[in-house]
Design a protein around this ligand. Sequence first.
Ligand SMILES: Cc1cc2nc3c(=O)[nH]c(=O)nc-3n(C[C@H](O)[C@H](O)[C@H](O)COP(=O)(O)OP(=O)(O)OC[C@H]3O[C@@H](n4cnc5c(N)ncnc54)[C@H](O)[C@@H]3O)c2cc1C
Ligand SMILES: NC(=O)c1ccc[n+]([C@@H]2O[C@H](COP(=O)([O-])OP(=O)(O)OC[C@H]3O[C@@H](n4cnc5c(N)ncnc54)[C@H](O)[C@@H]3O)[C@@H](O)[C@H]2O)c1
Length: 451
Amino acid sequence: MEPHYDLLVIGGGSGGMATARRAASYGAKVALVERSRLGGTCVNVGCVPKKVMWSAAHTADALHRAADYGFRVGPATLDWAELKRRRDAYIRRLNGIYERNIDKSGITLLTGEARLADARTVEVNGERYTASHILLATGGRPSRPDIPGQELGIDSDGFFELAQQPRRVAVVGAGYIAVELAGVLHHLGTQTDLVVRREAALRSFDPLVRDSLLEAMDQDGITLQTHSVPKALERADDGTLTLALEDGRHIGGYDQVIWAIGRDLCTDGLGLEAAGVARNADGSIPVNAYQETNVQGVYAVGDIIGHHPLTPVAIAAGRRLADRLFGGQADRHLDYRYVPTVVFTHPPIGTVGLTEPEARAEYGDDEVEVFTTRFVAMDYALGEDKRRSAMKLVTVGDNRRVVGAHLFGVGSDEMLQGFAVAIRMGATKQDLDDTVAIHPTAAEELVTLPG
Ligand SMILES: Cc1cc2nc3c(=O)[nH]c(=O)nc-3n(C[C@H](O)[C@H](O)[C@H](O)COP(=O)(O)OP(=O)(O)OC[C@H]3O[C@@H](n4cnc5c(N)ncnc54)[C@H](O)[C@@H]3O)c2cc1C
Ligand SMILES: NC(=O)c1ccc[n+]([C@@H]2O[C@H](COP(=O)([O-])OP(=O)(O)OC[C@H]3O[C@@H](n4cnc5c(N)ncnc54)[C@H](O)[C@@H]3O)[C@@H](O)[C@H]2O)c1
């Protein structure tokens, strides 16, 4: 007879690991299948190496500004290979911690590619395992455009493999990954073009933070190539890469082109048909508020559910599922409203809740009031660079309940979490106004907004 588990998790990334460990903490018999390195996208080719690179770029920026404070520093040079070596070593340490955590939790780790044989059976390396509950948490991988020469470019996984710093790069895309990688490369000294299909990047973000970022990128010298739809990628005689665009233009001279055009979900070849699990046209798996698929006993969390593809969301949904299935908390599930998120640009963007256009569409113009400010953070007080931070609160109703906060500027990344708690709890503009400011900070602007 095949081994039987209370819970069998497919995918050892953010969502799968969190669910498996929480279930095991309640005494459930758990197995987890992973085909690659534990930790999934976030640890190996996502949040973690990205944040290390962002911190490196932030350090470069600080060195650049040191003269504003009277420091005499010579031109700093970056040893890219050393940075990569240290970053990779850090990630290997994290992989080790994840392995030990699995072991300590008493979870059986099965290494290999998992496939559903039916709604209760999973196949790994030709062996079969049955489970009362099966969790799908297989995440995604970078998409590539279907155009000639696409293989000459790299994606975000390839970015983290780069052994040498590129001299001149085109980052193609307009989402989180595109703006983050473009910012990192530029601040580390690579000449960077951001190639977008329409007129801007981060189009779903509030116009205030989106436009502020574009202004800062322009000021920094990142070239925004707008209305540029790649038709082909070609290698020129001098070895550099050229993007042929649909409107007939060519932009080139790049030593790397990075595709950052979204992610494909890893739901092909998973045996969904054999188990009868439904799938949307974009490859995502539809689930209800309790992470249940259409098949009883089969659940999905994380990127494959097709919305909020963020690590803490995958973790939160998975832990709540385990609390419900094995912890006796019958109604426990994740509320996907008011998920805060940060885009690690230079400076960063922090955002939670509805944008102004979303609030106007949902509540009507008469119900919505916005409060905005633009100011020069004290960090820039002594230098020539007077770039402005920007903040917006979106409120609804007579009591001005805050339904959205959108921040751009130094410190927005660390500032947002606390405001997100208040907003989730129903804070009004008056609650913020009644909170004594912390001076001198950028955060104090949010509790001293006029109006
Ligand atoms: C460059 C980049 C930067 C990012 N930065 C951030 C950030 O700053 N903050 C943030 O919150 N989010 C960030 N994200 C998003 C975040 O990484 C994902 O939302 C998160 O990792 C999703 O977790 P998951 O559990 O759904 O899937 P994953 O972490 O992708 O894990 C899925 C796992 O399943 C395994 N797997 C797939 N199929 C099978 C199979 N058939 N059998 C066995 N194993 C299988 C894969 O090998 C993988 O390890 C970033 C992503 C990228 C790409
Ligand atoms: N800081 C963070 O929390 C962070 C960082 C990175 C990624 N993430 C998560 O991962 C998700 C995936 O990020 P992403 O940047 O891959 O996807 P995305 O969906 O955010 O952006 C993809 C972008 O590529 C553009 N695009 C699509 N096809 C294109 C084409 N053929 N040519 C040119 N442009 C094209 C789209 O218009 C879109 O702007 C994000 O939505 C985010 O939730 C989070």
